[in-house]
Design a protein. Structure first.
Lengths: 310, 354
């Protein structure tokens, strides 16, 4: 039994980490007043650039770096469309999603895929933390993970500190709540929004790179399978607060781990594994039904800012 | 004539320019990725889209589900609802179409009406789930419609692998249902080509949707709510009821795309009907959404834009087998068109304000 808890817990955290990273990125964007629906596309671009770079250079570090840069570029494009051009944020996000979907598939087909070989890379291995990994139950779950998992977990307190305990975080909140007033106080509204959306893109890119570089060792078209949108829902579910987003991602990761475990157990699931696979998507809807009426959304979310008003 | 107002001509000119801009960037990306020059690649594309009777037939065959889904997106969009559930509604519509066509003992013309009605009903139910959650509980409809796509896919996938799996001698190793009886097939127009009556149904629905939105009190309410929900509520409109009705319509119309695929093309239910060409990477839904935006969220505007994207898809097929250009190049072109029209919105707004 303990062994089951250990494997499910460890798998759960590994499955939760990319959701967590992407959701934290979305949190930055949304707290500054920009709804970024393009995370799915940014994750896919992060996945393909991370995989491609690692495939060529055989360096996981360079792969993650590429995902950071490409994710950041996607964020820059989103910021340009929604902040500078004042495009409808929902439409701009959908456009980035579909662009990322198409472009990542094309790069894979044109640059990497061959008819006779299934390209793979070796993934991030687990790095046991000396001393801590020996603790029963908690050790294997928390302290025998890959570096990217540790980074995602550490990102939570960092985000909390940045957004809630620093002057800069206060400025972000001001820009997201009332950009006009923030501008009057001398806060650079456009620059703050650009930075936040780009941070969102970077985190989404790394979250995407997680899939080929930690989980799979390979790339599939549309491999994110809606995880970007689940991350988007997690921000609402988490009421725009980092710790609650962490709790939400862990819940999703564990449900996902449990359904994978059940799939592997065989039995009736051999013929009806589809009902296990749909669990995370059902859970997303159920979670929003129960929690989405809570307030907490930044007041200026989805509203483009025009200097001097319109 | 009103249709040739200066403003509309200006909008069309800008949109055409933006599409060409997107195609130029896309041509460059195709060149970098495959080494095929843009003019050669686009030559194949045009040939594959309009070069002969079969090409035109294929263009319209693809335009049909795109148009239905674009209409489902547009009707919801006019009410300020974002219906990103085209895939799920299409799949559910396919299920509805198959069940009616397979089990109802009706003569051919009546059976086809039943097939379409059943598809509409299944999609309407799938759409109204999101409508209900939005209207009653303020649950973000973008998230629910997207999640419902995945849920619908797994349901259909399970059905065609288990209880609804066709007999081995017909389906072989494929995961699909039994074939529909011929009386439930949407009639094909010209012998030897896949073009079926679905595209005319879609155009008729587009015209009906235009009349509904701009010529009836219901349509006026829908657009009023879309423009300003608060003002609409103060003037006594029932927001909840109207939001749900809109999602019934949007889901039902998107679902007709499923009827077109099941009863017009595959003649069986399969789980891959939402994604064309065998690649699960971009579905008719994604294309339908872009067609909806390029058509300026207008039921008549999406007719030419859907045909344009149908052409892109059938042309993409030819680019692949003549030039070895990955099929996914078409998805890049679509994504670029989307980004360009989003960016170009500011040009259109500037002109309108004057």
């Amino acid at each position: 039994m303990i062994e089951v808890i250990e494997t499910v817990g460890a798998t759960g955290i590994r499955l939760a980490a990319p959701l967590l990273l992407a959701a934290l990125g979305e949190l930055f964007a949304e707290r500054s007043g920009v709804l970024n629906l393009g995370i799915e596309g940014m994750m896919l671009m992060g996945a393909i650039s991370g995989f491609w770079t690692t495939y060529i250079t055989r360096s996981l570090f360079l792969g993650v770096l590429a995902a950071v840069m490409v994710g950041g570029l996607m964020g820059l494009l989103m910021a340009f469309l929604s902040v500078s051009l004042r495009a409808n944020q929902i439409v701009a996000g959908l456009a980035l999603w579909i662009l990322g979907l198409g472009l990542s598939g094309f790069i894979y087909r044109a640059a990497i895929w061959g008819p006779y070989a299934y390209p793979t890379v070796s993934t991030f291995g687990a790095t046991a933390i000396p001393g801590l990994s020996g603790i029963p139950v908690l050790g294997p779950i928390l302290f025998n993970q890959s570096i990217l998992v540790y980074l995602s977990l550490i990102a939570v307190p960092i985000c909390f500190f940045l957004l809630f305990k620093t002057t800069w975080g206060l400025k972000v909140t001001a820009v997201g709540e009332n950009p006009g007033a923030a501008d009057t106080l001398g806060i650079k509204v456009f620059r703050t929004r650009y930075i936040c959306v780009i941070i969102g893109g970077i985190l989404a890119g790394v979250a995407g790179a997680f899939l080929p570089l930690v989980w799979m060792g390979s790339f599939n078209e549309n491999m994110t399978a809606g995880r970007g949108f689940i991350a988007f829902a997690l921000v609402i579910f988490g009421a725009w607060k980092p710790w609650r987003i962490l709790a939400g991602s862990l819940l999703f990761g564990c449900i996902d781990a449990i359904q994978m475990r059940l799939q592997a157990s065989g039995g009736i699931w051999i013929y009806s594994y589809q009902f296990l696979l749909m669990l995370p998507y059902i859970l997303t809807i159920v979670a929003l039904v129960f929690l989405s009426r809570r307030a907490g959304a930044p007041a200026a979310l989805t509203k483009p800012y025009v200097r001097g008003g319109e | 004539m009103r249709i040739f107002e200066k403003r509309i001509l200006w909008e069309i000119a800008i949109l055409v320019l933006l599409v060409f801009g997107a195609l130029a960037v896309g041509g460059l990306i195709i060149y970098i990725g495959t080494g095929v020059g843009p003019l050669t690649a686009y030559g194949w594309l045009v040939k594959g889209a309009f070069g002969n009777a079969n090409a035109v037939s294929e263009t319209l065959v693809h335009a049909c589900p795109i148009l239905f889904i674009a209409l489902g997106f547009v009707i919801a969009g006019r009410c300020n609802l974002w219906n990103i559930g085209g895939d799920g509604q299409l799949l559910m519509g396919g299920l509805g179409a198959f069940l009616a066509g397979y089990y109802l003992p009706l003569p051919a013309p009546l059976l086809l009406v039943a097939v379409l009605a059943s598809a509409f009903a299944f999609g309407a139910v799938w759409g109204v789930i999101a409508g209900f959650l939005k209207a009653k509980l303020k649950v973000n409809e973008i998230v629910t419609t997207i999640m419902l796509n995945f849920i619908a896919f797994f349901i259909i996938d399970w059905l065609v692998l288990n209880p609804m799996r066709g007999p081995m001698e017909i389906v072989g190793a494929q995961s699909m249902s039994d074939l529909l009886p011929q009386s439930a097939w949407l009639p094909r127009l010209i012998g030897g080509y896949r073009l079926h009556v679905g595209i005319f149904v879609a155009i008729a629905v587009a015209i009906l949707a235009y009349i509904l939105l701009w010529r009836t009190p219901f349509g006026y309410r829908v657009r009023a709510i879309g423009y300003s929900p608060k003002a609409a509520e103060y003037s006594g409109m029932n927001i909840t009821r109207n939001l749900m009705l809109v999602m019934v319509l949007a889901g039902g119309i998107s679902a007709l795309a499923g009827a077109a695929e099941v009863s017009g093309i595959h003649h069986a239910l399969r789980s891959d009907i939402a994604a064309r060409g065998g690649y699960a990477s971009v579905s008719y839904m994604a294309t339908g959404i872009i067609a909806g935006m390029l058509g300026r969220l207008h039921p008549l505007g999406v007719i030419p834009s859907s045909i344009f994207f149908g052409a892109l898809i059938s042309g993409g097929d030819v680019m692949r087998y003549l030039g070895g250009i990955p099929y996914t190049a078409v998805f890049v072109l679509q994504g670029l068109v989307f980004v360009f029209i989003v960016a170009g919105e500011i040009l259109i707004r500037m002109k309108v304000r004057r």
